[in-house]
Write a protein that binds this ligand. Structure first.
Ligand code: AGP
Length: 625
């Protein structure tokens, strides 16, 4: 939700700020695309600012028209917006600038007390131009820096003072034209990382902002203020006490964040899924035991667990539904799956014998973060599954398993979803092992099955042409239904979500057995129904039930698209279209069955002329509740 880039370089040695910040924003575009803006300092007390509503290309054009590409500057900041307060207009775009055109700020998050602060500023004679909560910040800074108080003339003290006035979630980067050697930033509840370059330092909402220049980064803690200059950085808390950040090395490179010949990042990310599974498994079976990446609780603590809640949002939630099937089956511990946005607002029974499994690709989803804080406040243990090293969710958890899907740029989750499913199964095995409900050989056998899934996903990718051809029949439909049973049900939900968010088609997923209890009324001639068939060999009972369900929908005029195992010929009479997936253990089938649904959504969206990577109204990380 909103992307931020900051840069302080060395004149004559490192690239100029405008181009570098624009490039950084390009890589952050998945975080929002309602508007974009940039500010650069000329080192002589001057500052250039451009901002535009809409996609980054609009800003790039404005920069070109204003001849800013040649602007001499090695200090700059940029912002890509996902609108919360105020419509996506030029005026509401960031950076926001004070009345003297000296201070510029960009902000990610929500200032919850902005109405009070705004009223205070207006009473003090400040004229606010935008409808945003963010603009108040720049005027507060102006008031501190140019006022008669103790902070006058000190940008450090002014930033500290303002940080202490704000409530809510914020990452703010601040530039002052009279201090062109530095940028300051503060954060609470929203992400910010520092990049350590050669003769240059960077700030970014995530490392994609500066991955072209360095893989050395520093993670900031909660309520930290950081100052970067070309030579280094200092971190303090909001009281001004110096503290240490946590340095880390980024384990992916620029190439991983680029399209690599695909038309869209999403297509590349679908194709990368075999690696996402393999990389997520790598290193987690050690001497016959499943090991997590971080464990700050003991196996004894895990043995005490009597109930598990899985909390997550969107696709991560669908992956969590699969965790329930696996964990209950392997450990016999009851598991409840909850939407994170609902979890903390009901009175779930939580305590030291409860484990909350928080699943998040970004590790910064506000709903999930607040759900885990709520759980921890009641002494529950929290285990996080996350794709982003050092993000807030893993930092605040008792144990962590990182998925290694690599950077996921497309807004729609694909490889991170399959990696989450894989990680969920690893967590299930780790719990089973700690509690003694699975022998080491069984754990190893299931781990081996998981390893085999990479090749099976690779094989499923061969269906791409077939799926694209099928998509052509339905690209203009305005409704599609997805049905599955057991682990096929979360797959149906995930397929429907992909279609909704990418192709803007009304799509719903149902447990197939539930159709006849109501949704079957939606069926009429030609409505496409996508069916996830269980394996006839591995789950014959479920398979026969599903055959009946397909017959039921076809009898009511629906057009059926059946995702069926290779060799399952029983479905041929009832399938208008078939997509084949390899045979695999029933619990693991979602890893292959989801793939054609991702392809289908991407292809239908393309045929409808939509931007597959940047669906309307969405942002990759949702850092507001
Ligand atoms: C799905 O394609 C979306 N990207 C969305 O539902 C996502 O899974 C959800 O917002 C959770 O994000 P997270 O994994 O970063 O927490």
């Amino acid at each position: 939700m909103c992307g931020i880039v900051g840069y302080v370089g060395t004149p004559g040695k490192t690239p100029s700020a405008v181009g570098l910040v624009l490039d950084g924003l390009r890589r952050m575009e998945y975080r929002g695309y309602d508007s974009a803006g940039i500010a650069a300092l000329d080192g002589k007390g001057g500052m250039a600012v451009e901002k535009r509503a809409g996609r980054l290309d609009n800003l790039a054009e404005a920069v070109e028209d204003a001849n800013l590409n040649n602007y001499e500057s090695t200090t700059g900041l940029g912002h890509i917006r996902w609108a919360t307060h105020g419509r996506p207009t030029d005026v509401n775009a960031h950076p926001h600038v004070d009345s003297d055109n000296k201070i510029a700020i960009v902000h990610n998050g929500i200032i919850e007390n902005f109405a009070v602060l705004r009223a205070e500023l207006e009473a003090d004679g400040f004229g606010l131009r935008s409808d945003t909560d963010s603009e108040t910040i720049v005027h507060l800074l102006h008031r501190e820096y140019y006022g008669d108080g103790e902070n006058r003339g000190s940008i450090d003290k002014s930033v500290r003072a303002v940080a202490n006035m704000l409530e809510g979630a914020f990452t703010i980067v601040i530039a002052h034209a009279d201090h062109p050697d530095r940028l300051l930033a503060c954060r609470r509840n929203t992400p910010l990382v520092v990049g350590i370059g050669e003769d240059a330092m960077f700030l970014g909402s995530d490392v994609a902002a500066f991955i072209e220049y360095t893989r050395q980064a520093v993670e900031l803690g909660q309520d930290n203020i950081v100052t970067i200059t070309k030579d280094g950085y200092t971190i303090t808390d909001f009281a001004g006490t110096e503290i240490e950040g946590r340095p880390f090395t980024i384990d992916w490179d620029l190439e991983a964040a680029e399209k690599d010949g695909y038309d869209y990042f999403m297509l590349k990310e679908i194709a990368e899924q075999p690696h996402a599974i393999a990389d997520t498994l790598r290193g987690h079976l050690h001497n016959g035991r499943i090991v997590l990446d971080e464990q700050r609780i003991t196996d004894e603590d895990l043995r005490q667990i009597e109930k598990i809640f899985v909390v997550a949002c969107g696709s991560a939630y669908h992956s969590g539904m699969l965790a329930k099937y696996a964990i209950e089956h392997w450990t016999r511990v009851p598991v409840e799956i909850e939407l994170a946005s609902e979890f903390r607002y009901r009175d779930a029974v939580l305590g030291p014998d409860t484990l909350v499994l928080a699943i998040s690709q970004s590790g910064e989803t506000a709903d999930t973060l607040e759900a885990l804080r709520h759980a921890r406040a009641q002494k529950a243990r929290v285990l996080a599954i996350c794709n982003t090293n050092g993000a807030q969710i893993p930092r605040e958890s008792d144990a962590v398993l990182y998925t290694h899907a690599g950077p996921e740029i497309a807004v729609a989750s694909t490889k991170s979803f399959l990696a989450q499913v894989t990680a969920n199964y690893l967590v299930g095995l780790a719990l089973a092992q700690a509690r003694g409900t699975k022998y080491a050989e069984e754990v190893e056998e299931i781990f081996q099955d998981l390893e085999n899934m990479s090749a099976k996903v690779e094989k499923t990718l061969e269906q791409w042409d077939n799926v694209n051809e099928i998509a052509g029949h339905f690209a203009q439909n305005d409704t599609m239904l997805f049905i599955g049973r057991n682990v096929g049900y979360p797959v149906a939900l995930e397929g429907a979500l992909k279609l909704k968010e990418l192709a803007y088609i009304h799509a719903e997923g149902f447990p197939a057995g539930e159709l006849k209890h109501g949704p079957i009324a939606l069926l009429e001639e030609g409505v496409p129904v996508i069916v996830i068939m269980p394996s006839p060999k591995r789950h014959p009972l479920l398979h026969s039930k599903m055959v009946s369900n397909v017959q039921e929908v076809q009898a009511r005029g629906a057009t059926t698209i059946v995702i069926a195992e290779e060799g399952d010929d029983s479905v041929i009479p009832f399938a208008d279209h078939i997509v084949r997936i390899p045979e695999c253990p029933s619990l693991l089938q979602p890893l292959v069955a989801t793939v054609p649904l991702q392809m289908l959504a991407a292809e239908i969206a393309t045929q409808r002329g939509y931007d597959v990577d940047k669906p309307r109204n969405l942002a990759k990380s949702v850092t507001v509740e």
